[in-house]
Design a protein around this ligand. Structure first.
Ligand code: SAH
Length: 247
């Protein structure tokens, strides 16, 4: 497939991205194309995603990842550090990295098999300044090289918000931001997480609705700013945040 083809065949992503004010280059479309192909290929051997249709991946994985630009504090500049907690097959971290090649990216997932795919795809996409870390957030967040080191923390489809903030806010530097990608009715979930957000040094800044007709369901960005340090006891041991969320 030639370069011209590559660009024209990702129309769905292109239209959606344009609505977000994003204008992708042919190299970026090519990278999304490679990402799609490899994802489908590896998905035959391991369970990476239930979404495999070409149009659907463009919307539900790629475009959905890019919607976080609507909740960014500043335009992300060179050297900004981003961690995607529970990235799975690289969502939303890899699309963001394709969009913003200058950022430093950490892809964290507890599953070793998925890390194999992440290593492969980041190499294949020739993206730099990217590290794949295998481990549980509850443990990795206590390591000094990761604790409170990130300007931006992202996470999609990993846990309920009360548990999720315990897995993510410890990575966030004071002054940084955590954006959780959520679906559906989350009012109660957000209310129940208020105390956990506070205990972990966060402040709920916004709950933004993603207004794109590409999505048939309700998608939201929960925006939490890190205003104070996270006390050293958090996160608690693996499994505890989900089992006994802070309330
Ligand atoms: N963010 C991706 C994957 C969601 S599935 C997407 O939206 O498509 C949830 C992923 O989170 C799984 O890959 C799982 O291994 C990982 N995960 C769940 N709990 C975790 C934890 N405590 N630490 C690290 N990764 C975790």
């Amino acid at each position: 497939m030639g370069k011209a083809d590559t660009k024209t065949t990702m129309k769905t992503l292109e239209f959606g991205a344009n609505k977000l004010g994003l204008h992708l280059t042919s190299r970026q479309f090519e990278q999304f194309q490679v990402y799609y192909r490899e994802l489908i290929d590896w998905n035959r051997r391991m369970n990476l995603t239930a979404i495999t249709d070409y149009e659907e991946v463009q919307v539900k994985h790629f475009l959905d990842s890019l919607t976080v630009v609507q909740a960014l504090k500043l335009p992300l500049s060179k050297g900004v550090k981003l961690i995607d907690v529970g990235t799975g097959a690289g969502i939303p971290g890899i699309p963001l990295k394709i969009l913003l090649p200058e950022i430093e990216l950490v892809l964290l997932d507890a599953t070793k098999k998925k890390a194999g795919f992440l290593e492969h795809i980041t190499e294949k996409l020739k993206i730099k300044n990217t590290r794949v870390v295998v481990g549980r957030a509850e443990e990795i967040a206590h390591k000094s090289e990761y604790r409170q080191q990130f300007d931006l923390v992202l996470s999609r489809a990993v846990a309920g918000l009360s548990a999720l903030v315990e897995l993510t806010l410890p990575f966030c530097a004071v002054g940084g931001r955590f954006i959780a990608q959520k679906k559906g009715s989350i009012e109660t979930e957000v209310q129940s997480a208020r105390q956990a957000i506070f205990l972990l040094g966060g402040e709920l800044t916004d709950v933004k609705t993603v207004e794109l007709s590409e999505f048939s369901d309700r998608r939201l960005l929960v925006v939490i700013d890190k205003v104070m340090e996270t006390p050293a006891q958090y996160p608690r041991r693996p499994g505890i945040p989900a089992k006994r969320p802070l309330v």
